[in-house]
Write a protein that binds this ligand. Structure first.
Ligand code: NAX
Ligand code: ADP
Ligand code: K
Length: 480
């Protein structure tokens, strides 16, 4: 499992060590880790000795880390130029850098020269701002970084890409996209959240020996899926594995029902009872026409439910049944005011904006896209439900505040019906008794992996995702 911590949590964890006078030791560890990562990249692109790096140095300790790292690299034969972008820089680190033979330039009005130097380097180290940043890059510096970013230089970010909000992943102003972000002490939550995540490149973490409390955010890996997936036992039968009720499809949109059912079947459900006008596949049992007359362990409601009163009534009945429910698509506009934590809502950014606006918080889709975690948390606060916000990175927030961020997918997953199969997988997990936030996060992970497996780099249809899910689970089961 990958865990994410806020900048504040990292600062708090550092505090006792700083008070004990161990600040220089922490910086030395951070710098050593950064220097190794840079050396590794330089070796990959032709060798360390004689190569050149340019450091963009801001006013705080982030710049200090970069300067100390460069001092180590100067001693290994790397040529290094520091471009000071603020009116001050970490003094001791600057002195070490200068004494080791580093060249120093000031940005101050000399953009053309600094740009030319940066573009001639093998690597640019972004040491402008770290967890002390407040807001994005501004003014003259923003203009310089914007111009440099247009040339897409090879960048390693020190702790985080400067201008990215360490806690939320929000991006305001220009940012240098990194090949790699070398982060210190703990992975900051903003590095695992959109939109900032897209600028981080590969993530590596340098251990500083900090004592951290509970993580703010988790990202499940394959071992977590193996540990928590409801693998069937030898003595299981279809009822013990869980029965899922599905209310999906309408006369206008029968296809969504098929995809949701295929998603649920692909994840290994014990049985499905289907309510709606579509013709279900042979593996699916037709349920009694009212929700109350069906014995199930969980419901999946909403895919393809549009302008169909009978189906909408069933969605509402399921939402009020007290059982775990995944509410997708059409069901998101039918929600009762009070929801419990065992209801999983699965909006994309546009649907979340509509949902929040309907609850009195006027929100545009772009607001959600700029700060997805904040808006997903707001939806949890207002509804009491578990919220899965879909996207290239899918975020799950549970009512107890647990946050998951899953990012296994491929952009080819952005295809009609893809969300219906995801809802099906969540439904199967809920029917098996998996706790809702974990069910949603595992489903997002497996859905993403299935997309990658089905795609092999090329386009996919939503049904291909469902076809790939059993293979993904088969491969994962080998790790068990
Ligand atoms: N605290 C520690 O013990 C350690 C910190 N480390 C490094 O220290 C960094 C944090 O250092 P600092 O607290 O000095 O913070 P930064 O290096 O992020 O710099 C913050 C300073 O930049 C200025 N600033 C803030 N927002 C700005 C903006 N939008 N535009 C222009 N200037 C802005 C302010 O003057 C602020 O004091 C971490 O990211 C990490 O790289 C590491 O050395 C490990 C140990
Ligand atoms: N760029 C992307 N990269 C990876 N996954 C994506 C991307 N865009 C969308 N997805 C995933 O594809 C699915 C799309 O769901 P949704 O928007 O509900 O589509 P539909 O309603 O057509 O089924 C979600 O699981 C989402 O996380
Ligand atoms: K930085």
């Amino acid at each position: 499992m990958i865990t994410g911590y806020t900048g504040t949590a990292v600062r708090d964890a550092e505090q006792p060590l700083l008070e004990a006078g161990r600040g220089p030791e922490l910086m030395a560890k951070a710098a050593y880790g950064l220097a190794n990562a840079v050396a590794w990249r330089l070796r990959e692109s032709g060798g360390t000795y004689g190569s050149s790096i340019v450091l963009l140095i801001g006013p705080g300790n982030n710049g200090g880390d970069a300067l100390y790292a460069a001092t180590l690299l100067l001693n290994r034969g790397v040529r290094a130029t520091a471009v000071l972008v603020a009116d001050r820089a970490h003094q001791e680190a600057l002195t070490s850098f200068r004494l080791a033979g580093g060249r120093i330039l000031k940005l101050d009005g000399r953009h053309e020269e600094c740009l030319a130097v940066a573009l001639s380097a093998d690597l640019v180290i972004d040491g402008i701002l770290g967890i002390g940043a407040r807001g994005g890059l501004r003014g003259e510096l923003a203009g310089f970084v914007e111009r440099l970013a247009e040339h897409a230089p090879a960048v390693i970010a020190c702790d985080l890409p400067s201008g990215l909000d360490a806690d939320s992943g929000a991006v305001s102003g220009p940012l240098l996209a990194a090949l790699e972000t070398v982060t210190f002490g703990a992975i900051k939550t903003g590095l695992l959240l959109p939109p900032g995540e897209e600028f981080c490149g590969e993530l590596s973490q340098i251990d500083l020996g900090l004592e951290l409390g509970d993580a703010e955010l988790r990202r499940l890996d394959e071992h977590d899926i193996v540990d928590h997936w409801p693998w069937p036992h030898r003595v299981d039968h279809k009822y013990s594995r869980g029965v899922l009720g599905v209310v999906a499809g309408s006369n206008a949109y029968p296809g969504a029902a098929h995809l949701a059912l295929r998603g649920a079947l692909s994840a290994g459900t014990g049985m499905i009872r289907y309510l709606g006008p579509a013709d279900p596949p042979p593996e699916v049992v037709r349920g009694a026409s009212t929700v109350a007359a069906n014995r199930v362990q969980a419901w999946l409601v909403g895919p393809g439910v549009v302008e169909d009163e009978a189906q909408q009534r069933r969605c509402l009945d399921a939402l009020r049944s007290g059982l775990p429910v995944v509410a997708d698509a059409g069901a998101l506009s039918l929600l009762p005011r009070e929801l419990g934590p065992n209801i999983v809502l699965t909006p994309h950014a546009g649907e979340l904006a509509t949902l929040l606006s309907g609850l009195g918080d006027r929100t545009e889709r772009t607001d959600v896209e700029r700060q997805p975690l904040r808006h997903a948390k707001r939806a949890v606060e207002l509804t009491g439900a578990t919220v899965l916000l879909k996207g290239a990175t899918t975020i799950v927030v549970g009512p107890d505040g647990q946050v998951y961020s899953q990012s296994e997918g491929t952009p080819w997953l952005a295809t009609a019906g893809s969300g219906d199969t995801l809802a099906g997988i969540i439904g199967t997990l809920l029917a098996s008794g998996v706790e809702p936030a974990l069910a949603a996060a595992m489903a997002a992970s497996v859905h993403g992996r299935a997309g990658v497996l089905a795609s092999q780099g090329g386009p996919i249809a939503a049904s291909d995702i469902a076809t790939a899910v059993p293979r993904v689970l088969g491969e994962l089961s080998c790790l068990a």
